[in-house]
Design a protein around this ligand. Structure first.
Ligand code: FAD
Length: 401
């Protein structure tokens, strides 16, 4: 019996498990393979929806899929990996350290919010985990219960003017409108140490984003580095101070620290460089997928981005290849030349871009409908378990031209 362990029950880990089950069946090795998933909780968290206020369907129960497929779910925290001896050390709910040995491993432990050592950082909200999203929602509800009594409680500051920060700030006006307090005027401020909004986007796309910010009355404070945060204000190094009860930190993600267990190069986000089969460099049966992996996606030198768009297909390739590696079959090279982004811009507005230059392809209501469909259908597993296994085949997504 071979042991395949998957660390992480996010998009990459979930699809690794589905694909490993499918490929083991295909090779008629399902009775010779035990698959174990270790994850911090029992859910596939739909992280891209954590800026919304609809908590229903933001988490998919993993056991619904894993139990009928015979995949063991171990709810525990991996604290160490000994890749030479092929052992994983975990801490379970009883705080007892346990050791699990493996023949094959897929590291899919995702990413976490980058937390700079800024005085008072703990007073900032964020949308990194389900718990963080609930904290923010409860805070907004509490302010609304008191009818946003002070200027500071009516002022909302989002730090970070890239993808997540933009989705958070442009979603806030509609979120606050849902409290049905039409007489109250709110202030929305987006800040960044960079001088540009969404510098990773094309200038055409940035124009659309800026237009939407203006339409929603959102101010942009550029080139502002945060000095300190307190429960009722944010201070910038320039000396500027904003009185606010709500600071939402969207300053970027970094790869899970478990990546440091491997003595190889990591990129500036802490991701492990993987080969064309998603193997961690130098390892025959150890793979990485999703936000922990930096993978080449095409022949032009582009590498994967921390996104579901890359985590889901990488999971499918990693699961397939891990099983093939364990049973001495050929591995399939991963590539994913197609690259799109769909940025939510709040009320009836979104922006679809195509290609690595992130040029606008669609805006307005049709883009918003597409965004809603992506969030509520495309990235959510099929309801039927066997159907989910069926669509876990690795497929290369090409550009549409
Ligand atoms: C607010 C927000 C908005 C986003 N919007 C988009 C978007 O619009 N489009 C898009 O494509 N992407 C978006 N993303 C990014 C996307 O959510 C991630 O790229 C994606 O979740 C990565 O999947 P993953 O499986 O690699 O990691 P994750 O989803 O982070 O899953 C990691 C898993 O590992 C487990 N884990 C972590 N540490 C341990 C440990 N020590 N031991 C055991 N288990 C562990 C966790 O419990 C979790 O199950 C967004 C992210 C955020 C936070």
């Amino acid at each position: 019996m071979k042991n395949l362990v998957i660390i992480g029950g996010g998009f990459a880990g979930f699809w690794s498990a589905m694909s490993a089950v499918r490929q083991a069946r295909f090779l008629r090795k399902d009775s010779s393979l035990k698959i174990t998933m270790i994850s911090l909780d029992e859910y596939l968290s739909i992280r891209p929806r954590f800026y919304e206020n609809k908590f229903k369907d933001m988490r998919v129960p993993l056991k619904k899929y894993l139990d009928p497929l015979g995949v063991v779910l171990d709810v525990a925290k991996v604290i160490r990996i000994d890749h030479k001896k092929k052992n994983i050390f975990t801490l379970g709910s009883n705080s007892q350290e346990e050791v699990l040995s493996f023949d094959g491993l897929i590291l899919a432990a995702g990413s976490q919010l980058s937390r700079p050592s800024i005085p008072g950082f703990e007073h900032a909200f964020n949308v990194d985990t389900f718990g963080d999203a609930v904290l923010l929602a409860n805070h907004l509800k509490e302010l609304s219960d008191f009818r946003f009594p002070s200027a500071a409680s009516r002022t909302f500051v989002v730090v970070g003017a890239s993808f997540t920060g933009l989705e958070v700030i442009t979603g806030l006006p509609e979120r606050l409108r849902s409290f049905d307090l039409p007489d109250i005027q709110f202030n929305f401020i987006l800040t960044d140490r960079s001088f540009s909004i969404a510098p990773e986007y094309s200038s055409e796309a940035r124009e659309i984003i800026s237009w939407q910010l203006e339409k929603e009355g959102i101010q942009f404070f550029a080139g502002e580095e945060v000095d300190s945060i307190s429960p009722d204000h944010i201070l910038f190094k320039s000396g500027k101070c904003i009185e606010t009860r709500t600071i939402i930190w969207c300053g970027g993600l970094k790869a899970n620290p478990l990546t440091s267990m491997f003595p190889i190069d990591r990129d500036c986000q802490g991701r492990l460089k993987v080969d064309q089969f998603l193997r961690i460099d130098g390892q025959k049966t150890i793979f990485a997928a999703g936000d922990v992996a930096q993978a080449c996606v095409d022949d032009e030198g582009h590498t994967s981005v921390m996104s579901c768009q890359h985590a889901i297909p990488q999971g499918k390739f990693a699961g397939n290849n891990a099983v093939n590696a364990l049973f001495d079959c050929n591995l399939i090279p991963y590539s994913q030349p197609r690259y799109v982004t769909c940025l939510d811009l709040g009320s009836e507005q979104a922006l679809l871009t195509s290609g690595w230059g992130r040029f606008p392809k669609m805006t307005g209501i049709s883009a918003k409908k597409l965004k809603t469909e992506i969030m509520s259908k495309w990235i959510i597993p099929e309801k039927d378990v066997e159907e989910t296994v069926k669509i876990s085949v690795p497929v290369i997504l090409h550009n549409e031209g």
